[in-house]
Design a protein around this ligand. Structure first.
Ligand code: ADP
Ligand code: MG
Length: 262
């Protein structure tokens, strides 16, 4: 790829490699995502990911830098603090403090609110797709499954997401909507509180059963009432009863932190 030097391979993704590169022009480091798929569909999907990511400009969204026309490459801001799943694993069972959880989760919600305001659904929200910078800023990345609400390709691709984070309506073959992203957000908040997935099972059948019943082990009792309450709301089976990200952000525990990040 012209204009960039390859530093190292940082990730092996579902569609190809994620490379850490350095711009020859400004010496800044970026992530270059290479997408390898059968030609026509790969090109379309990469283009869609690039177009949606390029539309998003927000401190809690991975910044788009460019994409090579006719090539399957996207260049974006490099988040040098790893991803949230790594952070969770590094804890080795020691729970995060409530303060850290609230400050992180607010940033994730602000990122998601930004995309929902533009009628874009992420459709693969999970701790592995949330990146950190060394300065403690969280950014939502990997727009590879993102779609514009009600677009034709959103209906065309039925499989979406990572099993643990998939909401009851998707297992029941109903359309993906903004509340399905909220369900996945609930899974991330639960992971932050317990370091575990809310819904886990030894077989697909049992996983789906657990998700569709919405039954999970409560988070530890030392967490504030608000955290218990929002998790319960985010795991409502019926999408109408599940709060939007906007509503979530009006909860006092989150609202008081928003000014720090916007
Ligand atoms: P995939 O669809 O393959 O999951 P991702 O965009 O999530 O694609 O990239 C795969 C991996 O590359 C990530 O899990 C992460 O380790 C790394 N990565 C991707 N984007 C970034 C970024 N902006 N900053 C740092 N690491 C990244
Ligand atoms: Mg990913």
């Amino acid at each position: 790829m012209e204009g960039y030097t390859l530093l190292k391979v940082i990730g092996e993704g579902s569609f190809g490699k994620a490379l850490l590169v350095q711009s020859i022009n400004n010496k800044q480091q970026y992530v270059m995502k290479e997408i390898r798929l059968p030609k026509s569909s790969g090109m379309r999907m990469c283009k869609e990911e690039a177009i949606l990511l390029a539309k998003m400009k927000h401190p809690n969204i991975v910044a788009f830098k460019g994409a090579a026309e006719g090539h399957l490459y996207i260049v974006m801001e490099y988040c040098d603090g790893g991803d949230l799943m790594e952070k969770i694993k590094l804890q080795k069972g020691t729970l995060f403090s409530e303060d850290v959880i609230l400050n992180w989760f607010v940033q994730i919600c602000l990122g998601v609110r930004h995309i929902h305001d533009q009628r874009v659904l992420h459709r693969d929200i999970k701790s592995k797709n949330i990146f950190l910078t060394k300065n403690g800023i969280l950014k939502l990345g990997d727009f590879g499954s993102a779609r514009l609400l009600n677009s034709s390709t959103a209906f065309a691709c039925t499989y979406v997401g990572t099993p643990y984070y998939v909401s009851p309506e998707i297992w029941e073959n109903r359309p993906y909507n903004n509340k399905s992203d909220v369900w996945a957000l609930g899974c991330v908040l639960y992971e932050l509180c317990t370091l575990k997935h809310p819904f886990q099972a030894s077989s697909w059948k049992n996983l789906i059963l657990k998700i569709c019943r919405g039954s999970y082990t409560p988070i530890p009792s030392h967490f504030c009432y608000e955290l218990h309450y929002v998790i319960k709301q985010m795991f409502k089976r019926n999408t109408k009863d599940r709060p939007s990200v906007n509503t979530l952000l009006t909860r006092r525990c989150f609202a008081k932190l928003i000014n720090k990040y916007s």
